[in-house]
Design a protein around this ligand. Structure first.
Ligand code: FE2
Ligand code: FE2
Length: 349
């Protein structure tokens, strides 16, 4: 998988980007639904609580359950004829404004873009569901297994909510982007609980919270807003698990092991960032006469690129990694250079 990401790198506007240009290769990647993962299983005979804060997260999970079918108002209307999000929040809308497109076209493009982002979140939810199932096996303490089991049902609910929203209200689900599929497989194939937890709960769920927070603030549809708000409440518990687990791991790790985790975290998020929305632009751009690579080349060369690109990273992931000691002076400049860490923002220093 590392190789796959290296093979698809190229320079665009002087910036290193990940670009899956071969449609057949993308299809093959999507069709690989059977993934061989090394799994370890650990029994425990200690049924008492050993990690109090994890037991308390499990208890919180039990009382904060909700039902995606009955707690959301599925009668709310949603269609391409309305702005589902604020126009300026849509990259496609902003490009189409510059191209002089009419409002109906721009509204449809913003709708498609929202659908694409929600679809990627949905595929990420499925990965989280599967990864937490793995954690119930691989973790060696009952508090960890119980917590992971509670997250399994949360993720099943998120899969249900997002998939129903797109199928009932948006006309269907977009396929997984190749960069995202590659990275999610990397987490599911990781051979230790620490890498799985760092990858999913800290990196991907931290990113998802950042994206959902922006989307909820910019959404105009009340069902979409309510669904994201409810999912975010669950995700806060998941991010807390990531921090609590990784705090123990980092405290016990040797310098070499800590460096390895720090580098792994950067490798994963840098690859996600290096796609620069090309997977979305490749799929949707041609429908609206938009040149995908032209848009990315323009974007990455903007003088304030880091400032515009960093908010979803600075929302949760970067502060959490910094607090865990997994962004140090050794790697800080790399994060800045990639446009993910923006100096001066809260959590950056
Ligand atoms: Fe989730
Ligand atoms: Fe989650």
């Amino acid at each position: 998988m590392d190789k796959l990401l290296r093979e698809h790198r190229k320079s665009l506007g002087g910036v290193d980007v990940i670009s899956f240009g071969d449609d057949a290769a993308v299809e093959r990647l999507r069709d690989t639904t059977c993934v061989d993962v090394p799994m370890q299983l650990n029994w425990t005979w200690n049924y008492d609580s050993e990690v109090e804060e994890l037991r308390s997260l499990y208890e919180k999970g039990k009382v904060n359950q909700w039902n995606a079918e009955t707690d959301l108002d599925w009668d709310v209307h949603c269609s391409r004829d309305e702005w589902v999000i604020e126009p300026e929040a849509s990259m496609l809308n902003n490009v189409l404004v510059a191209m002089g497109a009419d409002e109906e076209t721009r509204r449809a493009a913003a709708f498609d873009e929202t659908n694409f982002i929600l679809s990627q979140l949905l595929h990420g939810e499925q990965a989280a569901l599967q990864l937490c199932g793995q954690l119930t096996n691989i973790c060696d303490k009952m508090d960890e297994k119980s917590y992971a089991a509670s997250q399994v049902i949360d993720e099943a609910r998120h899969v249900e909510a997002f998939s129903k929203f797109m199928q009932r209200k948006m006309g269907g689900i977009h396929p997984v982007g190749p960069t995202l599929k590659t990275l999610l497989d990397l987490l599911l194939e990781a051979d230790t609980a620490r890498k799985k937890t760092l990858g999913m709960q800290t990196l991907f769920e931290g990113m998802a919270v950042g994206i959902m927070n922006v989307m909820r603030e910019e959404a105009r549809n009340s069902l979409l807003i309510d669904m994201i708000r409810r999912v975010e409440l669950d995700e806060a518990r998941h991010a807390a698990f990531g921090v609590l687990m990784m705090r123990r791991v980092v405290a016990e790790a040797s310098e070499e092991e800590r460096n390895e985790l720090e580098d792994w975290a950067f490798t994963i998020l840098e690859a996600l960032n290096a796609n620069h929305q090309l997977d979305m632009l490749r799929l949707l751009g041609p429908r609206y006469g938009i040149d995908p690579e032209g848009v990315v080349e323009f974007t990455v060369q903007m003088p304030n690129f880091g400032e515009l690109n960093s908010p979803i990273y600075m929302h949760t992931v970067i502060p959490n990694l910094r607090n865990l000691g997994l962004i140090t002076d050794r790697t800080r400049e790399q994060w800045i250079d990639a446009g993910m860490l923006y100096p001066g923002t809260v959590g950056a220093n």
